[in-house]
Ligand binder design. Structure first.
Ligand SMILES: [Zn+2]
Length: 180
């Protein structure tokens, strides 16, 4: 995927939803997910794992026959992940099933991905504080699809923020801040 840095809309910054924060790195503003929860209020922020200096989002996942943990970069638009297990290369396009870590609580919902060419109708639902605002992440490994649902935000503003992607899935690159 092409590197695509989009400015965060001013309207979004003015109404920044609880659970998201702005950080400045190398003179640029980035949106960071600071608090997200499962359906029963379980915090999904890792206490131990940080990516790019911020707490990662921790998910228990199943990919094919493998099960383990994903630690997802909380920088909005980055798709860097750490895996606690090996994902077979043949599974790189598979759908992931995510749960609240150490529980049987599913995070999966039926929601079609709007990335062109992606046929996934499964998404991972993350709730921002208060439970009204949601983040949906496409369940297909390697798909950058992610959507913000914020009822109090004008639709075009949410759409612009949803379309922020620095690049597709990949390994962590410590230099990516310099490139945007
Ligand atoms: Zn997708």
């Amino acid at each position: 995927m092409q590197l695509k840095h989009k400015q965060i809309p001013v309207e979004f910054i003015q109404r920044l939803p609880e659970g998201m924060k702005l950080v400045t790195r190398h003179g640029k503003q980035f949106l960071v997910v600071d608090e997200v929860y499962g359906p029963n209020g379980e915090s999904l922020m890792s206490e131990n794992v940080r990516i790019h200096g911020e707490r990662a989002i921790e998910l228990q996942v199943t990919v094919g026959n493998s099960e383990g943990m994903f630690f997802v970069d909380s920088y909005w638009g980055s798709h860097a992940k750490l895996y606690s297990f090996l994902v077979d290369a043949a599974r790189k396009d598979s759908l992931v099933t995510a749960k609240v870590p150490h529980t049987d609580t599913s995070l999966m919902v039926e929601r079609a991905c709007d990335i062109e060419g992606c046929t996934s109708n499964q998404s991972i639902e993350l709730s921002l504080p208060g439970g009204r605002n949601k983040i949906y992440v496409c369940a297909r490994l390697g798909c950058p699809g992610h959507d913000l649902e914020i009822p109090d935000m004008p639709e075009p503003v949410s759409e612009t923020v949803s379309s922020i992607n620095f690049f597709g899935a990949g390994s962590i690159d410590d230099h990516w801040f310099d490139e945007v």
